[in-house]
Design a protein around this ligand. Structure first.
Ligand code: HEC
Ligand code: HEC
Ligand code: HEC
Ligand code: HEC
Length: 254
């Protein structure tokens, strides 16, 4: 063979084999990454809506309770999207002439419901029940992100099976007292800074010490969860890794 093939071919054939293995590896990796990228899952892209409804105005600035509009979230499988009547409770009086509200008034006049575009939409074969999660102490923001800061609603989690499972493996890591389910900025900001005055709190009151301890633990755990599964940088594109946190109060989870 030596006569036919030059020595350098050994080198070439080795490189091609390694090259092929490397290439296949990279391709698989890219496909997996693409599959969980926000480009594919549609996470972080606000949907086009018939009315520019802002949770930031209504839930954040005006402090309207989630349950005022999503009335069945604690009782049924689905949270429910409010009927036009709910909007008109206020908007027959305030902002009654706003051009932005014309689709709402039209719906009220004609009786045709507003056609909202779904933001969170699982495939039909997936069984998901809100009341079970909410009553076990999983907060809205754990799954939906800081809705109270969103001018337009977007999907804050991949909704892939991997996301459900990651939590189900250790659900105790992601639950909070039931009274805090609607609290958007959980865990409280001051818990994140508890390291600074650890000793003081522990020697003062054992009780507060324990509470802070678990708060810190909670922040640490949720930070891992969010980095990996929910809060992906909205600006990064196809091959993104969950790299930075989205919300202004991101320091809570660090
Ligand atoms: C004044 C009524 C109102 C209040 C209060 C309100 N929402 Fe909504 N919500 C809506 C409307 C209308 C939509 C449909 C339009 C949209 O997606 O933005 C919606 C959509 C949503 C969606 C996406 C639904 C989908 O299409 O999959 C989520 C999640 C949500 N709301 C969570 C919350 C949370 C959490 C709170 C409390 C912090 C809250 N909402 C408070 C009216 C309200
Ligand atoms: C509890 C009272 C209340 C309810 C219920 C309510 N809104 Fe509002 N809405 C407000 C207030 C107050 C503002 C002004 C918000 C601001 O600027 O901070 C507002 C502002 C708006 C605006 C912006 C209007 C403009 O000209 O800038 C839109 C659009 C809107 N609401 C849509 C809706 C829709 C759709 C619903 C029903 C799902 C709804 N609202 C339910 C109180 C309400
Ligand atoms: C364990 C995760 C989880 C929690 C906690 C959660 N949601 Fe959802 N939510 C989802 C998923 C998943 C969907 C999509 C359901 C579907 O497509 O069938 C959804 C859909 C919705 C919708 C769209 C309408 C509907 O009924 O499907 C609204 C509104 C909503 N959630 C509001 C809330 C509010 C308000 C809270 C807090 C009380 C909350 N969610 C807590 C995961 C969650
Ligand atoms: C952040 C945490 C979290 C996420 C995300 C989550 N779950 Fe759950 N899920 C829970 C907890 C907590 C329970 C209650 C477990 C228990 O009772 O021991 C539960 C229970 C369930 C149950 C059993 C309820 C029953 O009927 O007994 C189903 C089914 C379920 N989840 C489906 C889903 C699906 C589908 C998704 C993804 C779309 C999802 N969950 C995402 C926390 C989560």
């Amino acid at each position: 063979m030596g006569q036919i093939f030059n020595r350098s071919t050994n080198f070439i054939s080795k490189t091609t084999i390694f090259g092929a293995v490397f290439f296949i590896g990279i391709t698989i990796w890219m496909l997996l990454e693409f599959n969980r990228s926000s480009y594919y899952t549609q996470a972080f892209f606000p949907r086009e809506q018939p009315v520019q409804f802002s949770h930031k105005h209504h839930a954040g600035d005006d402090g309207i309770d989630c349950r005022y509009c999503h009335t069945t979230v604690e009782k049924l499988a689905y949270a429910g999207i409010p009927p036009t009547k709910t909007c008109m409770n206020c908007h027959s009086q305030i902002w009654a002439d706003s051009p932005y509200l014309e689709p709402v008034r039209e719906s009220w006049r004609t009786g045709n419901p507003i056609k909202w575009t779904r933001v969170y939409d699982l495939p039909d074969f997936v069984y998901f029940n809100h009341s079970i999660h909410v009553n076990k102490g999983v907060g809205c923001s754990t799954c939906h992100g800081r809705v109270d800061l969103m001018p337009l609603t977007y999907q804050a989690a991949s909704l892939q099976m991997e996301w459900c499972l990651q939590c189900h493996r250790q659900p105790e890591m992601f639950i909070r007292p039931k009274s805090q389910v609607f609290q958007m900025d959980w865990p409280p900001a001051e818990w994140a800074h508890s390291e600074d005055n650890d000793e003081r709190t522990n020697s003062n009151t054992g009780h507060r010490g324990i509470r802070r301890e678990s708060g810190r633990e909670e922040s640490r755990r949720s930070s891992i969860f969010y980095r990996r599964f929910s809060i992906i940088n909205p600006r990064s594109s196809i091959l993104d890794r969950p790299s930075s946190l989205l919300h202004p109060r991101s320091s809570i989870f660090r």
